[in-house]
Structure formats: structure tokens, C-alpha cells
Design a protein around this ligand. Structure first.
Ligand code: FAD
Ligand code: UDP
Length: 371
């Protein structure tokens, strides 16, 4: 095992980007491991027995404003344009989310133009002196009633916390629009990898200098193997044996069903803001993958505290706790922490790649010295 210059723990987007850079750019020999039996981490998109492609860990829609990230990934994939659209089930009516002109007019039986919607929102919005929480950000944009209908229940279900306990950035990432733009994201690039994420990651990590070993947990080999440098993309608290206590993560249970129809629903996702509905959203993957097939695969996401650590929790207390781990990580020589779980950041895919690209630059000296 010492034939390797770098051990990368985790073959998700962060780990695969680091492995690719170290091997292709710095000429290092890399061992890339993952405790799961597949590449691509949470973006893994297998094909089921019917030949339907789906996302094993929930809907993953690629969107970014970063030209650097697009340029980097474009070496490993072609792209298919895809603009994600989401409807919220509000008292049995399917309305566009993000809230836009169509949402307001349909909900209140109005026929407002853009200026009318701006005036409407100005009237209902509740100004807040400081925007600290997810409640602040939404109530100050659209008022309490729309907050209750579209955000409060969904957020309590998703995170197990009231929006007033979560950073403004959580709900703040959902825009409010006064026009009829009903795309879920506003980013400059909205694309899906043509053959999927796993195929893209497979190409990223196919350099002969990278050895990929799947189904291996780092903690099972850590005592037996010595590496000059380790890049860890798993949960940072697990790396340090939870010495400052377990960091909170939110998990999901996915329920997949296949339907004998070409199309199951009219949008990629239907969100369920009502707290009485136990799941968050229904996703039909064919919208995302563009696949044509006589059948269709659909998932529902049930939030939970138990299970895989999918979501770091953006809130003041967990951030304080994470800071202790981050300080320890800074003092730990020979190990670099990067990615959504290791940095404890609610990263989108492009942010995980961008962070890994930055980190790879910092590693160049370390890796070249080692090899
Ligand atoms: P991960 O993909 O989690 O990879 C880390 C890997 O490390 C895992 O494969 C894990 O098995 C492995 N690992 C951990 N511990 C060990 C160990 N001890 N030994 C060996 N291996 C280990 N982003 C978007 O941009 N758009 C979306 O639409 C979107 N939707 C999402 C929906 C859901 C339900 C979730 C959960 C996330 C979504 N994301 C989305 C975020 C996206 O999944 C992440 O940004 C991205 O996957 C982070 O990559 P990563 O490599 O940091 O982490
Ligand atoms: N959100 C909401 N209602 C919605 C959609 C989103 O309240 O219909 C809030 C919720 O708190 C959620 C956050 O906005 O966790 C971010 O939503 P996003 O769809 O980006 O979540 P993810 O794709 O990461 O699961």
C-alpha cells in the first residue's frame, strides 16, 4: 500500500476530483477507496432491472455559475440541457415553487402583472432588522402566509428543526420571482451529464495511476496501512472518533416505485409542504435523465435523524461544534479534509467540485514532495 503517494477516502465528486488532479496533473499514484460498492458517492445513478436510470440517493440536478467547474467536468462528460421545474402541492393544488407571478395569481385568483406582484409582495412582506434565520429571510420576502404554506412545514420535516433555528442560507437559496420564470434554479449553467454522474466519475478516475477499491472502509485499513498523505471526504467527526461529540446530520429514507406509464407527473419534483404528509417530495427521474422508456421510476423521500449522513445542518450550534473539529483538522499533519461531509457544508455538487479543485492546488507541493 505504500506504493501510493496519496490515499483518497471517498469516491464521490470531491474525492474523485482530488484523485484525478493528483494523478493527471501532479503524476501521483493514488489509491481511491469508498466504503460503498460504487463510484460517485451520493450522485450515483444506476440502471435498474427494467433499464431505467435513477438516482439512488435522491434527485441530483446539476447547476452552477462557475465556468471553471463546467470547463473541468467537460473533459469527462458531454452535457444535456435540463432546466429543473418543481411544483408544490398546496391544499391539493400544484403551484410553481420558487414562488413566482403564476403562483401568486393562481393561489389568490388574481391577474397581476409583474409590477402588481412586486406591489403585492411589498404589502405582505414583514421587514426584519436583521436576516439571521431561514424564517427571517422568507417572511421578509413574502410574508407569513406564504411562508407557512410553502416553507414552514417542508423545512420542519426536512431538517427536524423550525426555520427560525436554521441559517438564512437554507431557505434563502430558494429565490422569489415576480415574473413567470418557473425554473427551480437561476444559475447560468443548467445541464445534466449526458450518460449520468457515475459514467462521468468513472472517466474522471480511469487514469492508470489511480487504483479504485470499492467496498472498503477507511477505518478498517487505517491501522494497517501507511500513506504519506490522506485526503478524507467522509464525516469529519467520524475521522476524529467523535471526540467533541457527534455532529448532527439529517438523513433520508428513499422509497422507489416503478409505474407502467410513460410519464407519472408533470414536473421533475412535486414538493409536499404540508406537515401531515410524511414525505418531502416525489421525483420522477425521467425528467432529469431525459430517458425515453415505456415505464417510469419515482421516489419519495422520508426525512429522518437515523441513517446515512446526507445533510450537514446549517445552524449556529452545529457550526460551533464543527469549528472544534476544523481546528483539530488544521493541526493534523498528513491529512486533508474536503467535501460536503468533511467540511460540514451544505454544498451543491458544483461547490464540492470547486472546493476539491482549490484543495488540489494546495496539495501540489505535498504530493510532488512525496512522489
Ligand atoms: P459524497 O458524495 O457524500 O461522497 C463521500 C463518499 O465518502 C461517500 O461515497 C462515502 O461512502 C465515502 N466515505 C465516507 N466515509 C468513508 C470511510 N470511512 N471509508 C470509505 N469511504 C467513506 N447537489 C446539487 O448540486 N444538485 C442537486 O440537485 C442535489 N440534490 C441532492 C439531493 C440529496 C437527497 C442529497 C443528499 C444531496 C444533493 N446534492 C445536490 C448534494 C450533492 O450530493 C453533494 O454536493 C455531493 O455529492 C458532495 O460530494 P462529496 O464527494 O463531498 O460527498
Ligand atoms: N424549501 C421549502 N419548501 C420547498 C422547497 C425548499 O421550505 O418547497 C426549503 C427547505 O428548508 C429545504 C431548503 O429550502 O431544505 C432547500 O431546498 P432544496 O430543494 O435546495 O433542498 P435539497 O435539494 O438540498 O434537498
Amino acid at each position: 500500500m505504500s506504493a501510493y503517494d496519496v490515499l483518497v477516502v471517498g469516491a464521490g465528486l470531491a474525492g474523485s476530483t482530488i484523485a484525478e488532479r493528483c494523478a493527471s496533473e501532479f503524476g501521483a499514484n493514488v489509491l481511491l477507496i469508498d466504503r460503498r460498492p460504487h463510484l460517485a458517492g451520493n450522485c450515483h445513478d444506476p440502471v435498474d432491472a427494467d433499464g431505467l436510470q435513477y438516482h439512488q440517493y435522491g434527485p441530483h440536478v446539476f447547476h452552477t455559475n462557475s465556468e471553471d467547474v463546467i470547463d473541468y467536468l467537460s473533459a469527462f462528460t458531454a452535457w444535456r440541457p435540463y432546466e429543473h421545474r418543481v411544483l408544490a402541492n398546496v391544499d391539493g393544488r400544484l403551484l410553481p415553487i420558487p414562488i413566482n407571478r403564476t403562483t401568486i395569481n393562481a393561489l389568490y385568483g388574481l391577474d397581476l402583472d409583474e409590477a402588481g406582484v412586486t406591489a403585492f409582495l411589498d404589502r405582505v412582506a414583514e421587514p426584519r432588522a436583521a436576516i439571521r434565520t431561514s424564517e427571517d429571510v422568507i417572511v421578509s420576502r413574502v410574508g407569513r402566509e406564504l411562508y407557512e404554506r410553502f416553507f414552514a412545514g417542508y423545512t420542519r420535516k426536512h431538517w427536524g428543526l423550525d426555520p427560525s433555528a436554521l441559517d438564512a442560507s437554507v431557505c434563502g437559496r430558494i429565490p422569489t420571482r415576480t415574473n413567470t420564470d418557473d425554473r427551480y434554479f437561476s444559475d447560468r449553467f443548467q445541464l445534466m451529464p449526458s450518460d449520468g454522474y457515475t459514467a462521468m466519475v468513472e472517466r474522471m478516475t480511469s487514469n492508470p495511476r489511480i487504483e479504485r477499491v470499492l467496498g472498503v472502509d477507511y477505518f478498517e485499513i487505517a491501522d494497517r496501512a501507511h500513506f504519506r498523505h490522506v485526503v478524507f471526504t467522509g464525516p469529519i467527526d467520524a475521522y476524529f472518533e467523535h471526540r467533541f461529540g457527534k455532529l448532527p446530520y439529517r438523513s433520508l429514507r428513499f422509497e422507489f416505485t416503478t409505474h407502467d406509464v410513460e410519464q407519472y407527473q408533470s414536473a421533475g419534483c412535486i414538493n409536499e409542504p404540508a406537515e401531515a404528509v410524511p414525505y418531502l417530495r416525489t421525483t420522477e427521474y425521467k425528467h432529469l435523465t431525459g430517458q425515453r422508456h415505456a415505464k417510469t421510476i419515482v421516489s419519495r423521500e422520508y426525512p429522518s435523524d437515523e441513517g446515512e449522513p446526507y445533510y450537514p445542518i446549517p445552524a449556529p450550534e452545529s457550526r460551533e461544534q464543527y469549528r472544534k473539529y476544523a481546528l483539530l483538522a488544521q493541526r493534523t499533519r498528513g491529512v486533508t479534509f474536503v467535501g460536503r461531509l468533511a467540511e460540514y457544508r451544505y454544498y451543491n455538487m458544483d461547490q464540492a467540485v470547486a472546493s476539491a479543485l482549490r484543495t488540489a492546488e494546495e496539495l501540489v507541493g505535498v504530493v510532488r514532495a512525496a512522489s
